[in-house]
Design a protein around this ligand. Structure first.
Ligand code: GUN
Length: 306
């Protein structure tokens, strides 16, 4: 039986480690402060941002959400970020991606002060990560490493294959695994013999945003499989196809109008992997936990606790 890597349990551990750090900061003068910028109405982003704010509140982190209209220009968004850069009580600034299509996202991310960049997306911090210098690490990849370490899954000397080359997950996940002494391959849509390359992996990270694409023939028996995908399936036939007619999943679809599935095939991974992250309840909760850690790290540096 494959071991299920429980992201909710590790998230709770990380949150309980955050609490005394927040209390210490409050005793020193003020709570850490996080500003989240959500432009437009992307439904998934709205849910992510709500959860980020809720978790901040649970930990005593001050947070505010700025919701400029979908029509905001790049220059206006840059000005909004610059205003947040100037506010002393704000330690972390997160600009939720994706931004509206007409906005130059790279320019906006460049405007975030590197010392308040709790996503680790500013090119300064990308450079820090690439060259092994201290700095914030992108939250989802950092969560993956936390999960592997806390489940004592060896990384050093292991073959890690990352499928997906995004700036948010694939590239930084590959760098973090490399810094942990894994032998790392990054794959993408043009990779020749993708199943064959994936089958080489002791640790397989699926982050390409394609529902249930990683089937049994991509997974070496006993591998650790980390599923970063969150895909909402709102077509009943598709649910029946992916879940091979599962009455339970079809009933869930009939109740909710959709079901979630990762980038990894949920039935195949349970039958083939040695350990895997479920969707939901795997990597997702860790992204928010690591955002809290990055915000507290930033506040500690800025207030002078560490
Ligand atoms: N969109 C999807 N994941 C993320 C993330 O980790 N940070 C931000 N800012 N946007 C995202």
């Amino acid at each position: 039986m494959a071991l299920i890597l429980d992201g909710n349990r590790i998230r709770d551990q990380i949150k309980s480690e955050c609490r005394p750090r927040v209390e210490q900061l409050i005793a020193k003068g003020r709570a850490p402060g996080l500003a989240v910028v959500l432009a437009g109405h992307d439904p998934a982003s709205q849910i992510y941002v709500r959860n980020k704010v809720k978790t901040s509140q649970e930990l005593g982190i001050y947070s505010e959400t700025l919701t400029p209209p979908e029509s905001i220009s790049t220059a206006e968004l840059v000005a909004l970020v610059e205003e947040l850069n100037r506010r002393p009580e704000i330690d972390g600034i997160l600009v939720q991606m994706p931004l509206p299509a007409h906005v130059d996202a790279k320019r906006v991310l460049l405007a975030v002060a590197p010392e308040k960049d709790v996503d680790g997306f500013h090119p300064c911090n990308v450079g820090n990560l690439a060259t092994g210098r201290p700095g914030p690490k992108p939250c989802t990849p950092a969560g993956i490493i936390e999960l592997l370490k806390r489940y004592q899954i060896p990384i050093r000397g292991k073959r890690a294959v990352v499928v997906g080359r995004s700036d948010i997950v694939g590239k930084p996940a590959a760098l973090l695994l490399l810094h942990e002494d894994a032998t790392v391959t990054i794959c993408h849509s043009k990779t020749a013999d993708l199943p064959g390359v994936c089958r080489q992996a002791d640790i397989l990270v699926a982050a390409m945003g394609r529902a249930a694409m990683i089937t049994a023939d991509f997974i070496a028996p006993g591998a650790t499989v980390i599923d970063v995908g969150i895909n909402r399936i709102d077509n009943r036939d598709e649910v029946a196809r992916i879940f091979r007619g599962s009455a339970e999943k079809l009933a869930a679809f009939d109740r909710n109008g959709s079901v979630l599935v990762g980038d990894v095939h949920p039935i195949d991974v349970a039958a083939t992997a040695g350990a895997y992250t479920p969707v939901p309840g795997g990597v997702g909760p860790l992204t928010i936990a690591m955002l809290m850690v990055n915000t507290i790290d930033s506040a500690e540096r800025r207030i002078g606790v560490c």
